[in-house]
Design a protein. Structure first.
Length: 86
């Protein structure tokens, strides 16, 4: 009990998107400098991370994960280059 116990665990906010590598939930994390990024809740077993917010929607052209950038959805594959306004 408090004040004897000093163990804390970080609050991980799920964003409702599955990790493209392992399928577990993606969560919002903060870097040491305070920047927000998106990482897999399965860390350290899965090392997926992204600075851009991943979307639950897959690219209709190539099937890869898409990222939210302002009011646009961008395909994660630069060769594909698919962009859609939301």
């Amino acid at each position: 009990g408090f004040p004897d116990c000093r163990n804390t665990k970080p609050y991980l906010e799920k964003i409702g998107v599955a990790c493209p590598k392992c399928g577990k939930d993606l969560v919002v994390r903060k870097s040491k400098k305070g920047r927000r990024y998106y990482g897999c809740s399965g860390y350290p077993d899965c090392d997926f991370m992204s600075w851009a917010k991943p979307s639950a929607e897959k690219c209709p052209r190539c099937g890869k994960i898409m990222y939210e950038k302002g009011k646009k959805l961008l395909c994660s594959d630069p060769k594909c280059g698919f962009v859609r306004t939301v």
